[in-house]
Design a binder for this molecule. Sequence first.
Ligand code: SF4
Length: 271
Amino acid sequence: MKIQVRQVKSIFTKSMIPGVDFVINPFVGCQHGCIYCYAEFMKRFTNHGGDQWGKFLDIKLLDFNRIKPHKYDGKSLLLSSVTDPYLPLELKYQNTRKILEKLICTTASITILTKSKLMVRDIDLFKKFKNIEIGISISTLNEKISKIIEPIASNPLERLNALREVHEQGLKTFVFISPLFPVITNYQKIINESKKFTTYYMFENLNFRPHNIPRIFKFIKEQFPELLKLYKQFKNNPDQWDLIERDIERFCQSNDLRFSIEFHHGGFSKS
Ligand code: SF4
């Protein structure tokens, strides 16, 4: 792992994500190294063109006292969009914790999204915010598959247990079922295992991007060769997702769940 410390002036970036005003990414790169990650495009803008995704991390160094919590009152902040706020190295550098400590007085709505059990470390801080929600993203409950597709992230059960702990402290929680792998992601099972401690669900399909296609197809070929043809169909004809989208709608409605579907159909969302 190539690790550098990089001085930055600000850690807030205006966001293009619908419903999110600013994103906060405490690191450049992501130790989790998920095979499907969409954030790899960041390499081009951060002098990491020749580096392998998941094998480098820049720790953003800034004067945390410059964070002005009231500047973001009424806005929505997401932590994080192109890294994970609770990477293993967060234990050492504590960037996420230092940022949250400085934001406590804001009335901004804060969304924390992670694949790490480390988030429970900051429950004391979460409880000090007026408007915060904490979520995990998850694609599978199968530990073996998770180890292949998201090798450094906490295993699925650890993520669920961490979310349960957060919920038990009276905090709003969500599960982001993402990316949804056709046939492989058993979203019904994920919901059944988590609904007692989840306020709402979001769904996103697997997005085929030039940089992740070889890795996704290598995974399918090695682990699920019988699905190779189907995955080619999903890649070439994004309308295939419509059926899954309707199944999710039916399932969530019949189980009286709060949910939103953020599927992309060849680069855009129909929802
Ligand atoms: S945790 Fe998120 S940002 Fe990090 S590699 Fe996985 S998908 Fe990408």
